[in-house]
Write a protein that binds this ligand. Structure first.
Ligand code: URP
Ligand code: ZN
Ligand code: ZN
Length: 499
């Protein structure tokens, strides 16, 4: 275990910033304050952070590493994906264990753990998907929450015949989430309308990537978002809408929050940094690289709009949905956009893209940046203040950040397993200089010091206070009560006499 003194930086948390040193020992933050003088300098590594920011390492709420999907498997595995994460200043990812319909949730969870544990270079956790419904699924959700550290479950409203569940299943799954103290997550797109829209595009002769967006326009996302919120609210279950990609869906979430509903929206790096005009690019491989669900939107004002909502609190956390496929994999759909594997990169670049488009642009300050890149995620998923904060006792997951330096994103220099980067050429202020994971310097000035399997699985307790305080209070005060009235004693018609 390293001993590290981060000297002379500006420590930024979600609620305040201070000029302070940070002492790291045994994987934890041991002291934070100006002019720290450790009792012993034995084995002490001093990192000069003068003129730099010292931030909690990023928490990416949404990755799909080595995900078997659409006939192939996403390229970034748990080693390469988490290594890329560290290069970008992200020190924890939350991935998804996704069973097939009819499959066991626990088996899926164990399978993903078996893939991740030997490979991860940073800490990780797992959401689990509910892709079908039965008493067994209900029981397994409870076991996962009580014994396996899972407090979030994703339901797909899209991917018809693969993962999609209907309203009755959503209702049942949300009710169970509420019962066991979990957060319900939704992929909010209307899968039936997508299937019909896709048939229509193909009938029109549209087989290329533009057909992907045309068959699932914004309202398909907004409708599902509204429906999920309505169902979750009917059972007083907290809802987390993953990959919010459109202005319409974001507005639905903002309205619901204004009505006091317990709902959180997760825009992703790609949606905050890019628009969907790429689907109309003349080169097929370029257009296909951006295919993901829900799609990026051709309305070029979308990224700015989503960033504004993220800055003002209507949207809460950021992920990436990092699910990378190379060009040859994407080419599975060369004649039919429905077969292009859905997914793109973001894990390495999320922090820089948000700094550039959010902080450098003047939409949010450094504290809000920390809130939306780590703290809020840690609070919602019950890992705070272990994660998402630099304070005594917190895990020493830290990124030393140069807000003035710039870097140009490129597939030539990134650490993903694919040869395309959707942010290619984007110049970003905000460069991670040093990344510390669990008290070890794992990345410094472009050099890695990582070991596969060094990251740890982080179990998460159910009933996060940040989410469930309001839910519990509502249970007490928002129950409908019957009107007390004298029984009706008058005549009642006989149905038999009605003609
Ligand atoms: O296109 C996407 N989003 N691929 C990953 C699977 C998912 O829906 O998150
Ligand atoms: Zn999804
Ligand atoms: Zn995903």
């Amino acid at each position: 275990m390293e001993r590290i003194l981060i000297r002379g930086g500006r420590v930024v948390n979600a609620d305040c910033s201070e000029e302070a040193d940070v002492l790291v020992e045994g994987g934890l933050v041991r002291a934070v304050g100006p002019g720290l003088r450790p009792a012993s300098s034995a084995g002490l590594r001093v990192v000069d952070a003068a003129g730099l920011l010292v931030l909690p390492g990023g928490v990416d709420t949404h990755t799909n590493l080595q995900f078997p999907f659409m006939g192939t498997q996403s390229k970034d595995d748990f080693f390469q994906g988490t290594k890329a994460a560290l290069a970008g200043g992200t020190t924890m990812v939350i991935d998804f264990a996704i069973p097939q319909k009819g499959g066991s949730l626990i088996e899926a969870f164990e399978k993903w753990r078996g893939w991740a544990d030997p490979k991860v270079c940073c800490d990780y956790a797992l959401h689990v998907a509910v892709t079908w419904w039965s008493d067994k699924v209900k029981e397994e959700m409870k076991l996962l929450a009580q014994e396996k550290g899972v407090n979030s479950f994703k339901m797909f409203m899209a991917y018809k015949d693969l993962y999609m569940v209907g309203d009755p299943e959503l209702h049942a799954a949300f009710s169970q989430c509420k019962e066991i103290g979990a957060i319900a997550q939704v992929h909010a797109e209307n899968g039936d309308l997508i299937a019909e829209g896709a048939k229509k595009m193909l009938a029109l002769g549209i087989t290329g990537p533009e057909g992907h967006e045309l068959s699932r326009p914004e309202e398909v996302e907004a409708e599902a978002t509204q429906r999920a919120i309505t169902i979750a609210s009917s059972v007083n279950c907290p809802l987390f809408v993953v990959h919010v990609m459109s202005k319409s869906a974001a507005k639905v979430i903002a309205d619901a929050r204004r009505q006091g509903k317990v709902v959180y929206g997760e825009p992703i790096a790609a949606g905050l940094g890019l628009d969907g005009t790429h689907y109309w690019h003349k080169e097929w491989h370029h257009a296909a690289a951006y295919v993901m669900g829900p799609p990026l939107r051709p309305d070029s004002t979308t990224p700015d709009f989503l960033m504004n909502l993220l800055a003002n609190g209507d949207l809460t956390v950021t992920g990436t949905d990092n699910c990378t496929f190379d060009i040859c994999q994407k080419a599975l759909g060369k004649d039919d956009f429905r077969k292009i594997p859905n997914g793109l990169n973001g894990l390495e670049d999320r922090m820089s893209v948000i700094w550039e488009k959010g902080v450098h642009s003047g939409k949010m300050d450094e504290n809000r940046f920390v809130a939306v890149t780590s703290t809020n995620a840690a609070k919602i998923f019950n890992m705070y203040p272990r994660k998402g904060r630099i304070a005594v006792g917190s895990d020493a997951d830290i990124v030393i950040w140069d807000p003035k330096a710039t870097r140009t994103i490129s597939a030539k220099t990134h650490h993903h397993a694919i040869d395309f980067n959707v942010f290619e050429g984007m110049v970003c202020h905000g460069v991670p200089v040093v990344t510390i994971s669990r008290g070890k310097v794992v990345y410094q000035n472009g050099m890695f010091n990582v070991t596969a399997g060094e990251g740890k699985y982080i179990p998460r307790e159910p009933f996060p206070e940040y989410v469930y305080k309001r839910i519990k209070q509502r249970d007490q005060v928002c129950q409908p009560v019957p009107v007390k009235r004298a029984p009706y004693v008058g005549k009642v018609i006989s149905l038999a006499t009605v003609p």
